[in-house]
Write a protein that binds this ligand. Structure first.
Ligand code: KIV
Ligand code: ZN
Length: 513
């Protein structure tokens, strides 16, 4: 008999805490729909008390979804709990997720509270949340570094006060699999009312053990796994949803567990996140990386040709990888493009947006021999989702040199509806473009990352450039694609500047609330 495991996805909350992974409300709603289609049981949509923007995003997601439960995170404080309920209450299946630190380190240095005071706070918080809904989750933050007997005491109290899920986070990624499994077994055994709640785990990846700890805890009796798409999250991230799922599926013989996840949507979902936050999937990433199913050594290739089972424990198709297909040619009609868009997860585009992508695909087909799924995807982000708001790149000219002639760039941008032209020098052509753009918009952030990838193979492949910038502690990422990598770089930089400008504006708006 298989056990049912509940998948709680926190990409939109913990994941968004990953540097450079900020998403706007529109992007969050799109991803939430995808997570629902993927079969996620509970979607943590955000932390409503954190900002007006977070509140609105959680509320919009709560209104938009039907099947998945929608959770709002809150500290164990009355104002936070009320705000979380306000944000999720219109969901078909709302959940309040309240958390409070239980380790001596956190209680002493962060909260300045004694164990007794923390017990009082936990009881009051869970009771307040339970007065709104029967679907209440309590998280004992830094559980893995907490005193086990105290943890058992607070878990018992939370359940008695109305928590229907209790979460045991490894907040700082400190636990070791066998030890963490032991903790879960201890709690299930020691807490007298443990049978009245679902035990959950939430494992960070600081020592690279997020997935291993999650799986060990499930094997020990936890029944909810808190995970994120591609493992994004605070610091080194969280346990990756796709890795947990494929372990459970590939090793059904060992785990005997089932989830509601449609594995064939794993790859499209990871790709959607990657293009939304403009962070490429690393090639060596399990399940979704470009190399995950590539067999390089001759011995392996020989084995694969004789029988795939020699070196393949799961098929690429089982996680929704079909390989790069040639999809659209010069003569494809609008209907074919619409069908392809739906297949790629863009069924929500309206007729005007389909028209914009159709024109862009046609224009690209004039310049590029073969067009792949990845090209279409890049064009959707380029033309529909990533419309620049304050700054828009109109044109650029670059000349490069190696000696007395320094690389120079001239850019033309629309800045708050005003056309601005600017020239500048640089150490190289990309540097010259970035300098000219910075001067045109009046922002000089630090360039933290600059990465160029070919979207597909071939000499005419589009280049995808990812840029990460930082200013006053705020980080923003932008991605641009083009057959010309200097233009792709300029687009990525302008996009990152737009995101940074938006963050600064949102912070200014919040501080006047
Ligand atoms: O890592 C953590 O402890 C958390 C809690 C809020 C669940 O993210
Ligand atoms: Zn976390």
């Amino acid at each position: 008999m298989s056990e049912r495991i509940y998948i709680f996805d926190t990409t939109l909350r913990d994941g968004e805490q990953s540097p450079g992974a900020t998403m706007n409300t529109f992007e969050k709603i799109r991803l939430a729909h995808q997570l629902e289609a993927l079969g996620v049981d509970i979607i943590e949509a955000g932390f409503p008390a954190a900002s007006q923007g977070d509140f609105e995003a959680v509320q919009a997601i709560a209104r938009a979804l039907g099947r998945s439960q929608v959770a709002g995170l809150c500290r164990a404080m009355p104002g936070d709990i009320d705000r979380a309920w306000e944000a999720v209450k219109e969901a078909k299946h709302p959940r309040i997720h309240t958390f409070l630190a239980t380790s001596d380190i956190h209680m002493k240095h962060k909260l300045g509270k004694t164990r007794e005071q923390v017990l009082v706070m936990a009881e009051a918080a869970v009771k307040r949340a339970a007065s709104y809904t029967t679907n209440v989750e309590f998280s004992a933050e830094d559980a893995s570094r907490s005193d086990w007997d105290f943890l058992a005491q607070i878990v018992e109290l939370a359940i008695a006060s109305g928590a229907t899920t209790v979460n045991i986070p490894d907040t700082v990624g400190y636990a070791q699999p066998a030890e963490f499994a032991e903790l879960i077994r201890f709690l299930l055994d020691k807490v007298p009312n443990s049978g009245q709640a679902v035990f959950s785990v939430h494992c960070h990846n600081d020592l690279g053990l997020g997935v291993a700890n999650t799986l060990a805890a499930l094997k020990a009796g936890a029944r909810q796994a808190e995970v994120t798409i591609s493992g994004i999250g605070e610091r080194a991230g969280n346990a990756a949803l796709e890795e947990v799922i494929m372990s459970l599926n590939t090793r059904r013989d060992y785990f005997q567990m089932e989830t509601g996840i449609k594995a064939e949507l794993l790859f499209p979902t990871c790709r959607m996140l990657s293009s939304t936050i403009a962070q490429p999937i690393p090639p060596y990433k399990p399940i979704t990386g470009a190399n995950a199913f590539a067999h390089e050594s001759g011995v392996h290739q020989d084995g694969m040709l004789k029988n795939r089972l020699t070196y393949e424990i799961m098929t690429p198709e089982s996680v929704g990888r079909k390989g790069s297909e040639m999809v659209i040619g010069k003569h494809s009609g609008r209907h074919a493009i619409k069908k392809k868009l739906a297949e790629l997860g863009f069924a929500d585009l309206d007729e005007d947006q389909v028209g914009v992508v159709f024109d862009a695909v046609k224009a690209l087909a004039d310049r590029k021999e073969r067009i792949f799924d990845e090209d279409v995807e890049a064009l959707v982000h380029e033309k529909v989702y990533q419309k620049p708001d304050r700054f828009e790149l109109i044109d650029l000219i670059v000349t490069t040199g190696t000696g007395t002639l320094k690389p120079t760039a001239a850019v033309c941008l629309k800045v708050d509806n005003e056309i601005i032209q600017q020239n500048s020098f640089g150490a190289g052509p990309v540097d010259a473009v970035f300098n000219a753009v910075s001067q045109a918009v009046g922002m000089t952030p630090k360039l933290e990352r600059f990465q160029v990838n070919a979207i597909t193979g071939g000499a005419d492949a589009q280049g995808a450039v990812t840029v990460r910038i930082e200013k006053d502690g705020k980080k923003a990422v932008g991605r641009g694609s083009d057959e010309d990598i200097i233009r792709a770089s300029a687009k990525a930089y302008v996009r990152a500047l737009n995101r940074l400008a938006k963050m600064t504006q949102e912070i200014a708006e919040c501080s006047t609330l």
